[in-house]
Design a binder for this molecule. Structure first.
Ligand SMILES: NC(=O)C1=CN([C@@H]2O[C@H](COP(=O)(O)OP(=O)(O)OC[C@H]3O[C@@H](n4cnc5c(N)ncnc54)[C@H](O)[C@@H]3O)[C@@H](O)[C@H]2O)C=CC1
Ligand SMILES: O=C1OC[C@@H](O)[C@H](O)[C@H]1O
Length: 255
């Protein structure tokens, strides 16, 4: 990850990442720390998040702030965001990364499943923005990066509620960009392709399925979690100062 470009304006920036404890989020947490940012992340995975903090501290001498919370609980989310601001100062970069891509069929979805699925995959992103925007408005600057997915773009059929939420993230991104642009606050999205995290390999990957997916990619390589760090740093930094309301697709050119 040390090969990634340096974005000088991220040095000292107060960065808040949702779901920054494992998977792509863990790489984002590490990547922003290596830019010299003051990083806080909210996650429900307690042990893994604490292990990540220890590992990053050993590797870099700097430790991110882990805030344990269930992001489906808006009160807990707000409290965690408040703690991040107290510890690191007003948040200037928010990365909405947390999600849950549980597979489900149309038949098995209940109203409770739907609400719970939307609460983590879409709703939490809005309330995380609501929590940090007042200070961004005061500063008249800020960058928000929302993680969507190509899953709905390629008509993935294994998770209709998740696909709806991820499509909603694009609409949310564009709506927030319109509302917040006059305050100098940018809002963009990143749409990863299939990113081979440990969890993906453990839960969803089969040799045949992965090969079939890679056959659809222009770049015939597995996409790694670390491959999301550079695009996210770019959208977070002033290097993308005139980009907002956009969705950056990072999928190795999947057709
Ligand atoms: N891995 C992939 O193939 C792809 C991932 N994405 C998106 O990228 C982002 C990261 O993906 P992954 O790292 O694969 O996800 P993941 O499921 O492996 O990690 C998500 C993180 O959010 C945390 N989290 C989940 N529910 C939570 C809750 N209720 N409260 C607090 N924390 C919670 C988890 O503990 C975990 O650390 C997600 O937004 C996902 O939709 C998009 C396309 C493909
Ligand atoms: O968003 C996603 O897109 C591809 C799926 O295989 C993956 O599990 C999901 O997180």
């Amino acid at each position: 990850m040390d090969k990634i470009a340096r974005f000088p304006d991220l040095e000292g920036a107060s960065v808040l990442i949702t779901g920054g404890g494992t998977g792509i989020g863990a790489c984002l947490t590490s990547g922003f720390i290596r830019q010299g940012a003051r990083v806080a992340f909210i996650d429900i995975a307690d042990r893994a998040s604490r292990d990540l903090c220890r590992q990053i501290e050993e590797e870099t001498g700097r430790e991110p702030l882990f805030l344990h919370a269930d992001l489906r609980d808006v009160v807990a989310l707000r409290e965690a965001a408040r703690k991040a601001e107290i510890e690191n100062g007003p948040v200037s970069v928010l990365v909405n990364n947390a999600a849950l891509d549980t597979r489900h069929t149309i038949e098995e979805v209940t109203p409770e499943f739907w609400e719970d699925n939307q609460a983590i995959n879409l709703r939490h992103q809005f309330f995380a923005v609501q929590a940090v925007v007042p200070k961004m408005k005061e500063a008249r600057k800020g960058s928000i990066v929302n993680f969507t997915s190509t899953a709905f773009m390629i008509n993935g059929g294994g998770y209709p509620s998740y696909a709806a939420a991820k499509a909603g993230v694009v609409g949310l991104t564009k709506g927030l960009a319109g509302a917040l642009g006059p305050f100098g606050i940018r809002v963009n999205a990143i749409a990863p392709g299939w990113v081979l995290t440990e969890r993906q390999r453990a839960l969803w990957v089969t040799k045949e399925g992965l090969q079939a997916h890679i056959d659809r990619q222009c770049l015939k390589e597995e996409i790694q979690p670390e491959d999301m760090v550079g695009p996210c740093l770019f959208l977070a930094s002033s290097a993308s100062r005139m980009m907002t309301a956009q969705t950056m697709i990072v999928d190795a050119g999947t057709v």
